[in-house]
Design a protein around this ligand. Structure first.
Ligand SMILES: [Zn+2]
Ligand SMILES: [Zn+2]
Length: 512
C-alpha cells in the first residue's frame, strides 16, 4: 500500500473500483478483456481478517453458528482476526485465543519484524493491543468499523464495571490513535462491479461443490441455502444490526464523520457486500457430508499430525479467497501453507503458524498486458499463458514468511490439484501434507499436465471427497480405511455450463 491509498484517519472516502493501489507486484484491478473481476488487495486483506476471526477453536467444537454466536456475545472482549501485510504480501494470519488477543499474538510472533508492516483487524483493537502494536513500529493499522474488540454492543447497566471498562478503553484508544505515528484508519473499498455475482457463480460451481451439485440437482439449490445461512450468521457477527446503534459505536470510536450521509450509507453498503462475498466463498466449500480424506501412502507422519476437518476447511477457504486475486484469465487458484509447531504457539491458531500464501499471477513487477493469455482451447501455442503464469503454490513458496523446518509437519492447502511443474517444488520444499481437490488428477492437457500428483507417495494427501460413510459408491473403494486414488467419477463437463442463479437471497440484511 502506498501513500495514495491511505485515507485520512477520520475522513471517510470512497475510492473508485479502478483506483486500486499500486502494489509493486501488479498490474491493475480494472476489468481486463476476458477476465473476471478481481478483489482489490485491501478487500482481500479485510476479508481474510474477518475469516480469521472465525478460525476454529482448539479443540474443535461441533457447534452451529447460532450457539457460537451466543457464547461470543456473552463476553465483553470479542475474538478478532488479524492479517499482517508487508510490501503487499500477507506475512501473518492471526486470531484471538483463550488468553492472547490477536494483536498480542502478532507482536509475540513477529516482534520487531512488525516494523513498517500494515495490520488489518476484524475489529478496532483494544488499547492493550494497540499500544504494543504502535510500539513495534507498524506503519498502518486498519480495522473493520463494526463492534470493537471491547464490545460496545454489550447491554451492561449504566455505571457498571463493564460499561466503565469499555468507556475507559475507548478514551485510551482514541488517545493512542491521535498521538501515534502509524496511520490508524478504516480502509474499506467498494467491490469491483460484478464481483459479487462473479463470486456467487464461481463458488457455486467450484471443484469443492461439483459433486454435491450433482447430488443436489433434484433436491433443490443446496448452495443458495448454505450461502443464506452463512450470510445470516456473518451479518450477526460483523454488521451492527441497526443504523442507530452503528452510529453510536462509530461516534464512540471517534469516527463521527462516517455518520454523515452519504458516507454512512456507503459504509454500511460496502460492509454488507463484503460479508456477502465471504458467505458465498464459505458456502463454496460445503460443511456437511464432505471433507478431506487421507489417501493411502506410506508416509512417516502419524495421523495425529493431520489438522482437524474444520481447520482444513478453514484453510482451504483462505485459499479460495486468495484465488479471487488471480491474474489468470480463466482459472483462479489460491494456496496457503501452514506449519504445525511442537508447542502451542501464539493466539487462537494453536500450534499452527503461517508459512506463506499466494495466488496464480504473472511474474511480480510485470505488466499484465504484455503476456499471452490464451489457454489450451485456443489455436496459437506461442500465445498461450502457460510459460508465463506463476502458480499459486510457486508464489506461496517464493514469498514465504519463514523457512520450512524439517521437524515440523508443513501443510499446503491449494484449491486445485498441483500440476507436474509444482509437484517437484512441493516435495523439494519439504511440504509434508497436501489438502486439495483432485478434479484434474491424471489429466494431460498439453501445455499443462497433472500426471505426477498420483506418484507423490511420500507426502500425505488429503483429497476433498464426500464422506465415505455417506457415499456407498466411494466406500467400495476403501482400502484399509483409506480412500483409493481412483474413486472419482470423470469430470462432468455439462455441469460447468448450467444456468447460474444469482438473485439476492431473501435473508439478506437490508441496506441503510
Ligand atoms: Zn486487544
Ligand atoms: Zn502448478
Amino acid at each position: 500500500m502506498e501513500g495514495g491509498e491511505k485515507q485520512n484517519r477520520n475522513e471517510p472516502s470512497r475510492s473508485g473500483p479502478c483506483r486500486d493501489m499500486k502494489d509493486g507486484s501488479s498490474q491493475t484491478d480494472c476489468r481486463i478483456r476476458g477476465h473476471g473481476p478481481r478483489l482489490s488487495k485491501v478487500n482481500l486483506f479485510t476479508l481474510l481478517s474477518l475469516w480469521m476471526e472465525m478460525f476454529p477453536r482448539d479443540p474443535p467444537e461441533e457447534k452451529e453458528e447460532e450457539e457460537e454466536e451466543e457464547e461470543e456475545d456473552s463476553r465483553q472482549i470479542r475474538g478478532m482476526g488479524l492479517v499482517v501485510v508487508r510490501e503487499g504480501k500477507v506475512v501473518g494470519l492471526h486470531c484471538s485465543g483463550p488468553e492472547l488477543h490477536a494483536g498480542q499474538a502478532a507482536v509475540l510472533q513477529h516482534g520487531v519484524r512488525l516494523a513498517e508492516s500494515q495490520l488489518y483487524f476484524s475489529r478496532r483493537p483494544c488499547a492493550t493491543c494497540l499500544k504494543m502494536i504502535i510500539n513495534a513500529g507498524v506503519s498502518q493499522i486498519s480495522f473493520w468499523p463494526g463492534d470493537p474488540e471491547i464490545s460496545m454492543l454489550e447491554s451492561s447497566p449504566p455505571g457498571s464495571v463493564r460499561e466503565e471498562a469499555a468507556l475507559l478503553d475507548a478514551v485510551a484508544t482514541e488517545k493512542l490513535k491521535s498521538n501515534s505515528r502509524p496511520h490508524v484508519c478504516v480502509l474499506l473499498q467498494p467491490l469491483t462491479p460484478d464481483l459479487l455475482q462473479f463470486v456467487n457463480e464461481t463458488s457455486r460451481d467450484c471443484d469443492f461443490r461439483e459433486r454435491q451439485n450433482e447430488d443436489d440437482a433434484a433436491a433443490g439449490d443446496g448452495f443458495n441455502r448454505e450461502r443464506v445461512r452463512y450470510l445470516r450468521a456473518f451479518s450477526r457477527r460483523f454488521l451492527v444490526c441497526t443504523s442507530q446503534q452503528h452510529k453510536e459505536i462509530l461516534t464512540q470510536m471517534g469516527l463521527e464523520n462516517f455518520c454523515a450521509e452519504p458516507y454512512f450509507c456507503n459504509l454500511r453498503h460496502d460492509m454488507r457486500e463484503l460479508v456477502e462475498v465471504l458467505a458465498a466463498v464459505a458456502a463454496g466449500v460445503p460443511r456437511h457430508r464432505h471433507g478431506f480424506h487421507r489417501e493411502q501412502s506410506w508416509t512417516s507422519w502419524g495421523p495425529q499430525e493431520e489438522v482437524a476437518q474444520e481447520v482444513a476447511r478453514h484453510c482451504i477457504i483462505q485459499a479460495r479467497l486468495l484465488a479471487y486475486r488471480t491474474e489468470d484469465p480463466k482459472v483462479g487458484v489460491g494456496a496457503v501453507i501452514w506449519a504445525k509447531g511442537k508447542r502451542v504457539g501464539f493466539g487462537g491458531t494453536g500450534r499452527l503458524s503461517l508459512v506463506g500464501c499466494g495466488y496464480n499471477a504473472y511474474p511480480a513487477g510485470s505488466k499484465y498486458a504484455e503476456y499471452p493469455q490464451m489457454d489450451t482451447k485456443q489455436e496459437d501455442r506461442q500465445r498461450r499463458k502457460y510459460r508465463y503464469m506463476i502458480h499459486a503454490e510457486q508464489n506461496a513458496l517464493t514469498f514465504r514468511t519463514r523457512d520450512i523446518r524439517a521437524e515440523e509437519p508443513t501443510m499446503l492447502f491449494v484449491t486445485k490439484c498441483p500440476c507436474d511443474e509444482c509437484v517437484p517444488l512441493i516435495r523439494g520444499a519439504g511440504i509434508t501434507h497436501i489438502y486439495t481437490s483432485d478434479q484434474d488428477r491424471d489429466k494431460d492437457k498439453g501445455d499443462i499436465s497433472y500426471l505426477r500428483f498420483s506418484s507423490l507417495t511420500d507426502i500425505s494427501k488429503f483429497i476433498w471427497q464426500r464422506n465415505p460413510s455417506d457415499s456407498p459408491a466411494a466406500s467400495s473403494h476403501l482400502v484399509n480405511g483409506y480412500l483409493g486414488k481412483h474413486d472419482r467419477q470423470p469430470e462432468p463437463e455439462t455441469n460447468r455450463n448450467k444456468k447460474l442463479c444469482t438473485q439476492r437471497p431473501s435473508g439478506a440484511p437490508s441496506g441503510c
